[in-house]
Write a protein that binds this ligand. Structure first.
Ligand code: PLP
Length: 394
């Protein structure tokens, strides 16, 4: 089996697994309890906080543990909106290909009277910093733009966008769920005020994540209750998962350079191979993209059928995001970069990691090529394209 769906989730690393199981067995006290058994758990939390902060250039006090990327996105955006509303600022800037955890939160705010400007992500899947600058108004309270896209892997010019927001005194949030642990991030260098991350996207456990909030930003609670996490997120902390998430992230950081140069090389080989399939296109910029992300559209086929046949051949991939597969709507990300419905339906996302070999890449190229050809063989759309009844888009 070749697992090429790391953007959906990753397998836990050995160190994360060992840390988690050990903590579950040994460190079971309540971190809020004052006796030693509780304080052991408290220490695990504070060490994890320090380690995570270290990886992204933050201070430990600025890290809040959450249940994952979705919760972090919700809390970051709602907090910035509340801060804005108190000053009469109710305008937010984002873009059309954010994760639904961001887009749906913005929809909720629209219902509450906020105005949302969604920037164009252009055909290459990149935002122009100048367009962020031009969109900022007197009443803008938040800019929220993802670090790297989960479907097409494009990496935004975050540092430049952060600088603009800093100059204009607008809070800048980034959904960095796909970026943390995969590329180098520094919240100071990048001028980030709020950052969301999720453990299971960097070989940590599922159901745990964190939110970085720059000192001075007053977070609003999503969950009320006890005084955990400085009163900003009630509920007894998931100590084993938090410890394992920190261990996973430190491991990723340690081998970041080596693994990203290897994975990028494999990515480029895969892109080169798949580009040879006629009437296909790479989605997203070829260079400003995550080391492990490859995303193509093949004209005249259905992404879902492609996935199922690849599964039969031991290749685990994705078409659109996990949240949209199962529905008939094409990916909002592909539509945002200007792919027409028919073309967007024929998409394939392969997200690889450092376990991939050159042989695996050859195997993927060979099989995707065969399966695309096979599916086109009995696709009515393809027949129309070839006979000239319909015009090729790609
Ligand atoms: C996976 C993902 C999320 C959601 O994270 P969960 O931990 O699964 O809630 C949010 N944003 C992006 C970009 C993602 O890839």
């Amino acid at each position: 089996m070749i697992y090429a769906d790391n953007a959906a989730t990753t397998k836990m690393s050995q160190v994360a697994y060992n840390t988690m199981t050990n903590l579950m067995k040994e460190i079971w006290g309540n971190p809020s309890s004052l006796y030693t058994k509780g304080q052991e758990s408290r220490e695990v939390l504070e060490k994890a906080r320090e380690e995570i902060a270290g990886v992204i250039g933050a201070n430990a006090r600025e890290i809040l543990f959450t249940s994952g990327g979705s919760e972090s996105d919700n809390q970051a955006i709602l907090s910035a909106a509340r801060i804005g509303a108190r000053k009469g600022k109710k305008h937010i800037i984002s873009d059309a290909f954010e994760h639904h955890a961001v887009l749906h939160t913005l929809n909720r705010l629209k219902e509450e009277g906020f105005e949302v400007t969604l920037l164009d992500v252009h055909e290459n899947g990149l935002i122009k910093p100048k367009e962020v600058k031009d969109a900022i108004r007197e009443d803008t309270c938040l800019v929220t733009i993802m670090y790297a896209n989960n479907e097409i892997g494009t990496i935004q010019p975050i540092k430049e966008i952060g600088e603009i927001c800093k100059d204009k005194h607008v809070i800048f949030h980034t959904d960095a769920v796909q970026a943390v642990g995969h590329i180098d991030i520094d919240v100071e260098r990048d001028n980030i005020d709020l950052l969301s991350a999720s453990g299971h996207k960097f070989n940590g456990p599922k159901g745990v994540g964190f939110l970085y909030a720059r000192k001075g930003i007053n977070l609003s609670n999503l969950i009320e209750g006890g005084a955990q996490e400085k009163g900003k997120r009630a509920g007894t902390e998931n100590v084993p998962a938090i410890g394992a998430m920190a261990a996973a992230l430190c491991k990723k950081k340690e081998k970041l350079e080596e693994s990203s140069s290897y994975v990028s090389k494999m990515r480029d080989k895969l892109i080169e191979g798949l580009s040879k399939i006629p009437h296909s296109v790479l989605n997203g910029d070829a260079t400003q993209r995550l080391p492990g992300n490859v995303n193509f559209c093949f004209e005249g086929i259905e992404g879902e059928s492609l996935l199922l046949l690849l599964d039969d051949r031991g290749i685990l991939a994705s078409s659109g995001s996990a949240c949209t597969s199962g529905s008939l709507d094409p990916s909002h990300v592909l539509l945002a970069i200007g792919r027409v419905h028919d073309v967007a339906h024929g998409s394939l996302r392969l997200t690889i990691d450092e376990e991939i070999t050159e042989d695996d890449i050859d195997y993927i190229v060979k099989n995707v090529t065969e399966v695309v050809e096979y599916l086109r063989g009995f696709s009515p759309v393809w027949t129309d394209l070839v006979s000239g009844k319909r015009e090729f888009v790609l």
